[in-house]
Design a protein around this ligand. Structure first.
Ligand SMILES: NC(=O)c1ccc[n+]([C@@H]2O[C@H](COP(=O)([O-])OP(=O)(O)OC[C@H]3O[C@@H](n4cnc5c(N)ncnc54)[C@H](OP(=O)(O)O)[C@@H]3O)[C@@H](O)[C@H]2O)c1
Length: 234
């Protein structure tokens, strides 16, 4: 039985690698892009189940999320991967942080996954797997920030902590419907965001994330996991 996976921000980086690996594994893939006209690499992805269905989505916009839900009405989505994210340079420390950049980061990284999940919940509920994966980050770990004395990017770290809390709460809200919401850290990955010195290629990260996702079920609702499936500190 084919599994349908929807990946947000699938036109580059980890999202594009997830789309490639999911397609190679025979899954039906729906990839979103803010500008589908420029998603050439995503358009070239194909696998045993065919090419990727590309849909437009700006995860910051509730209207855009609702338009996506309308376009996908009646299509079960087994696995929703909220991957789209930003890491603004101009929001690093107390002295210089830009409140506008901070709020924009919160909007995309914390509010966006909630808007997308809300809009596509009927599609997820109608599916066999009923899984929502939030691509979070170890940078959201309060435990590590305390233990290791982190001072880093105010907006990015805080946005992922907020996502982790929101995911815990919606996991508790949706568990009775059989929907499992799980947070996953993709590792430090060589993308536009992660930079060239990161530890993992997008392919290695995506392949490991999909292995982990394969094994997830309702008993994993609310967990915060590394890409290799190991639990992470909150
Ligand atoms: N790379 C790492 O080391 C690392 C580590 C931990 C966590 N993560 C997380 O992994 C996810 C993917 O990161 P990445 O490294 O692949 O980043 P990336 O290469 O910068 O790609 C980000 C993707 O998100 C999309 N996006 C940004 N804002 C959006 C919005 N409002 N609506 C829809 N799509 C939007 C981008 O679309 P456009 O092309 O239109 O900008 C792009 O497709 C993010 O959530 C990130 O926080 C990454």
């Amino acid at each position: 039985m084919t599994t349908t996976i929807l990946i947000t921000g699938a036109n580059r980086g980890i999202g594009l690698a997830l789309a490639r690996h999911a397609a190679q594994r025979g899954h039906t893939v729906i990839g979103t892009a803010r500008d589908p006209g420029k998603a050439d690499e995503l358009r070239a992805v194909s696998g045993p189940a065919g090419g990727v269905r590309i849909e437009r989505l700006d995860a910051d916009s509730d209207e855009s999320c609702k338009a996506l839900a309308k376009a996908l009405a009646g299509t079960p989505i087994d696995i929703l991967i909220n991957n789209a994210g930003v890491s603004p340079d101009g929001s690093k420390d107390l002295a210089t942080f830009d409140p506008g950049a901070y709020l924009a980061c919160l909007r995309t990284n914390s509010v966006g996954p909630l808007l997308v999940t809300r809009a596509l919940l009927p599609n997820v509920e109608a599916s066999r797997r009923k899984l929502v994966v939030q691509i979070s980050s170890i940078m959201g770990s309060l435990t590590n920030a305390v233990d290791q004395g982190w001072t880093g990017n105010l907006a990015y770290h805080s946005s992922k902590s907020a996502l982790n809390m929101a995911n815990t709460l919606i996991a508790n809200q949706l568990k009775d419907k059989g929907v499992a919401c799980v947070g996953v850290h993709p590792g430090w990955v060589q993308t536009d965001m992660g930079g060239p010195n990161a530890h993992l290629t997008p392919d290695a990260s995506a392949s490991s994330i999909l292995d982990t996702v394969d094994s997830l079920g309702i008993e994993d609702a609310g967990k915060f996991l590394n890409y290799d499936g190991k639990p992470l500190p909150w």
